[in-house]
Design a protein around this ligand. Structure first.
Ligand code: HEM
Length: 394
């Protein structure tokens, strides 16, 4: 059985798990992201995972931790099996995820279980279809405003991009009545900051209730042309939708920084710098891996940067390779997860984000990063010089 030595367990903690936690799993911390970029912490983490695989072979590597069975996956086929086997026998609602997400989305599908999960999963899949909202028109509208701003300053920064992005997110999710409601997404951000601390931070019931009341006020309008007009009780699901638009913004700006275009370009940005760096599953029964049994309630960890950018296996690891998404793929390249727990917002994200890339690039030309692309890219620090292409903004 592959049980890591104490030294290797310590190495996994100090170079893989703690840096991931420190950057902020639910909302990224700018100071830590800047420090992580300086030391290229993801490259170090990937090296640790390569060493683990070389030393212990392909079966899941159990960490030496008392009181919890934790296994790091190192074999791509195992990742495929784990994700295909969700939510039974590999539950999405792990203890750690529940502790974090209860701060702001106690009724979200990701931490639901049993028949309730089936119902909420269907509701999410139906509601999040891209054809339900005029996402492209909303993006073009806001991107034109952003383009004018960038033309006047000569550069695109995270701050200006992010403001435009949240206006897009609020319009898509709740309608134009929420376009300017920064307070709503600021409150959500404060709740997400608490969620970064999972068990360790007390839940702020007052703040959560205030956020939910504000959100329910917007939802009550059921504004045509927004996701809020979709049938069903959306109130418990929408906090996740708004939260997840943050990741979509990060992926889009990074895509712009590497000159990516179209949906494959967005997928590549999410492969190179996955916004869900750890995908967690908890087994509901004992399961057998490469001949070894792992007990019920084992926490399985898929550290996606390793599987997406393993230089030993992937010739395209550190370069922009949009062609990758046209054919059959490695089962462990999963920026949107895979199987029954795959991100139900994937297609909506791809439409929204690719339209943003196209619209900005129509009027503005940006220099791009070239290969080998960095292991860690701090989006907060991006300041991309921009020049008009000569095409008029409508
Ligand atoms: C670049 C942007 C995004 C990425 C990379 C992404 C990725 C993911 C991943 C990896 C998961 C699986 C998490 C897990 O297994 O623990 C997930 C779940 C989910 N995502 Fe996304 N997501 C993005 C944006 C969005 C958006 C904008 C929405 C909604 C509007 C959304 C809705 C959801 C929901 C509802 C789930 C839970 C699914 C379930 O429990 O079955 N995501 N996403």
């Amino acid at each position: 059985m592959a049980i890591s030595s104490r030294l290797d367990t310590a190495r996994v903690f100090t170079t893989v798990l703690l840096p991931t936690l420190a950057k902020g799993v639910i909302v990224r911390r700018p100071g830590v992201m800047a420090a992580a970029e300086k030391v290229q912490s993801d490259t170090r983490a990937i090296d640790t995972m390569r060493r683990l695989r070389d030393r212990y072979g392909p079966e899941p590597v159990r960490l030496r931790i008392t009181g919890r069975s934790v296994a790091m996956l190192v074999d791509p086929t195992d990742v495929g099996r784990l994700l295909a086997g969700s939510p039974e026998p590999f539950a999405l609602a792990t203890k750690e995820k529940k502790a974090a997400l209860k701060h702001f989305q106690p009724h979200g599908v990701l931490i639901s279980e049993g028949p309730e999960r089936d119902r909420l999963r269907r509701l999410n899949e139906r509601a999040l279809r891209p054809e339900n909202v005029p996402a492209e028109a909303i993006v073009r509208d806001e991107a034109d405003l952003l383009t004018r701003h960038v033309m006047s300053t000569g550069e695109l920064t995270w701050e200006s991009f992010n403001q435009a992005w949240w206006r897009i997110a609020r319009r898509i999710v709740l309608g134009s009545g929420a376009r300017a409601d920064d307070r709503l997404t600021d409150d959500l951000k404060a709740l997400r900051e608490n969620a970064n601390w999972a068990f360790l931070h007390p839940r702020q019931r007052g703040l959560r209730e205030r956020f939910q009341r504000r959100l329910d006020g917007h939802l009550a309008r059921r504004e045509e042309g927004s996701l809020a007009a979709q049938p069903g009780d959306l109130s418990g699901q929408v906090p996740h939708w708004l939260f997840a638009f943050d990741a979509a913004g990060i992926v889009t700006l990074r895509a712009l920084a590497i000159g990516a275009r179209g949906m494959n370009g967005i997928l590549e940005s999410a492969r190179l710098w996955p916004t869900t760096p750890v995908i967690l599953r908890e087994s509901t029964i004992a399961t057998r891996w490469h001949g070894t049994w792992l007990p019920e309630n084992t926490e399985f960890v898929v550290f996606t940067p390793f599987f997406h950018r393993d230089p030993d296996r992937l010739p395209f690891a550190d370069r922009y390779a949009p062609e990758l998404w046209d054919g059959p793929r490695d089962p462990a390249i999963v920026p949107f997860s895979a199987g029954p727990g795959e991100c139900p917002g994937r297609d909506l994200v791809l439409t929204t984000a690719a339209t943003m890339l196209d619209t900005l690039s129509e009027h503005l030309a940006f220099p791009t990063l070239s290969a080998p692309l960095p292991g860690t890219l701090n989006h907060f620090g991006l300041r991309i010089p921009a020049e008009p292409t000569g095409t008029r903004v409508s």
